[in-house]
Design a protein around this ligand. Structure first.
Ligand SMILES: *Cc1c(COP(=O)(O)O)cnc(C)c1O
Length: 435
């Protein structure tokens, strides 16, 4: 399977190289050179397939002959060892719960699959791999959990001292084993700058195999295709067309859906729903993408003012705005609307939404009002409500129960290395600790 850059100014590469590099040398994002297609009988068989069977069959289209079937089977079994239920709230509204992984958010899908792909590719080469991640909180914990205990890989996390929540810090610093947390005397931007600098440093490149685990890696995107098929496979009335509402920030999740449609999933439309960071819905309206600084909202994992996967979306549609509008319907909502729908859904259905999923439900409601044709909606639930307990309490008066796997972290001792905001120190640390 060959991958190329969205900017088309770098050579085509194998999946292995695309995954170990992250982004292309010209600064573009990797996409398949040729879009695969599912066999014609796939949709007919779908209802009988388990999540793992879907993941193996769809995954094989993107891994090609680089990952033997028995390896892909093992990667899928280890990465997706948690349930992915579709919960029906009303005749037309379903919620796909993507938050049953170890860090209670959908990012576990991408991070766990990518980690195991990297493990396989690096084992083949016999090198030790160093993964460096800068985090403001949540991405770091998903990535660290995903790589925990994988042989041949060590993870170095950079996080800003004093600027992550207690629960987030515990998730980053209590894992041990092959995960090291550096507590940087600086901001998140400083963390990101140091991580980027280390990835282009010639001295490090000569002596280490260094990669980043950022969200634009194609290895994180591929598994985000699987659950769209899984959702449709669970519908009780599959003959009624189903649209997906996708609460979006960097638009990786939505891009997974668009790829699912491209390879054969029957979906009439996707609802791209955002908080006040509405540059993508604005693009759909005006045809212009105008990035801007992000605004702080209660659905903070979607506070993105310059979505990184925009490049993939326009690439997928060959820059054809009409074609993009045909497949994607956009809308955005305020924090007040988000709190209100959390309250209403709890009252009406006794179902507790986290603020990100709530933005998804708002998107479906708005779409359903304006498109009265007989459709049903599947909202992607991207985080467990217990991760945003304060906001849930504010909206509903209820305190969501903290799942065991989140509570367990809070009792463990923090192990981090206080670290100066200087590249020379980071360079020395990476070289001296490489075994
Ligand atoms: C990352 C994240 C999103 C946004 O996903 P994108 O792929 O960046 O659009 C939505 N909700 C939660 C809880 C997230 O962590």
């Amino acid at each position: 399977m060959k991958y190329r850059s969205t900017l088309r100014r770098s050579p085509e590469v194998s999946l292995r190289e695309a995954v170990l590099r992250g982004s292309a040398p010209d600064g573009g994002l990797y996409m398949p050179v040729e879009m695969p297609r599912l066999p014609a009988d796939f949709q007919g068989r779908l209802a009988k397939l388990s999540f793992q069977e879907i993941a193996r069959e769809v995954g094989a289209l993107f891994t090609g002959d680089e990952v033997p079937p028995q390896i892909l089977r093992k990667i899928v079994a280890e990465a997706f060892n948690f349930p992915v239920p579709l919960v029906t709230l009303s005749e037309r509204l379903h919620i796909l719960e993507l938050f049953h992984g170890p860090t209670l958010a959908f990012k576990d899908f991408g991070a766990r699959f990518m980690a195991r792909l990297m493990e396989y590719f690096v084992q083949e080469s016999g090198n030790q791999l160093t993964v460096i991640v800068a985090t403001s909180g949540d991405t770091g914990s998903a990535v660290a959990q995903a790589f925990l205990g994988l042989p041949g890989i060590r993870v170095v996390i950079l996080y800003p001292a004093g600027r992550v929540s207690v629960a987030q810090e515990k998730q980053l610093t209590t894992l041990g084993q092959n995960i090291t947390a550096l507590e940087l005397a600086g901001s998140f931007d400083d963390c990101q700058r140091l991580a980027k600098q280390s990835l282009v440093d010639p001295e490090l490149a000569a002596r280490l195999t260094l990669t980043s685990a950022n969200s634009i890696n194609i290895g994180r995107l591929i598994p985000q295709i699987f659950y769209y098929f899984h959702a449709v496979s669970q519908l009780r009335l599959p003959e009624i067309p189903a649209v997906f509402a996708v609460p979006s920030g960097n638009f990786g999740n939505l891009t997974g859906g668009l790829l699912a449609k491209r390879i054969g999933l029957r979906v009439p439309q996707f609802i791209a729903t955002t908080n006040a960071n509405d540059v993508f819905p604005e693009f759909l309206r005006s045809g212009n993408m105008i990035p801007r600084a992000s605004r702080h909202t209660i659905s903070n994992a979607m506070d993105v003012g310059n979505p990184s996967n925009f490049a993939r979306i326009v690439d997928l549609y060959d820059n054809d705005l009409q074609a993009i509008r045909h497949d994607i319907w956009g809308c955005s909502f305020s924090d007040e609307e988000t709190l209100r729908v959390m309250h209403d859904v709890e009252l009406r259905h006794q179902y507790v939404l986290d603020p990100h999923t709530a933005v998804g439900v708002l998107g479906w409601q708005s779409y359903a009002k304006q498109n009265p044709a007989a459709t049903q909606g599947i909202v992607l639930a991207t985080a467990h409500p217990a991760k945003f307990a304060e906001t849930v309490a504010r909206a509903t008066g209820l305190r969501p129960e903290m799942p065991e796997r989140l509570a367990a972290f809070l009792g463990r001792p923090k192990k981090s290395i206080p670290f100066p905001n200087r590249f020379a120190q980071l360079q020395e640390f990476l070289l001296s600790t490489n075994s």
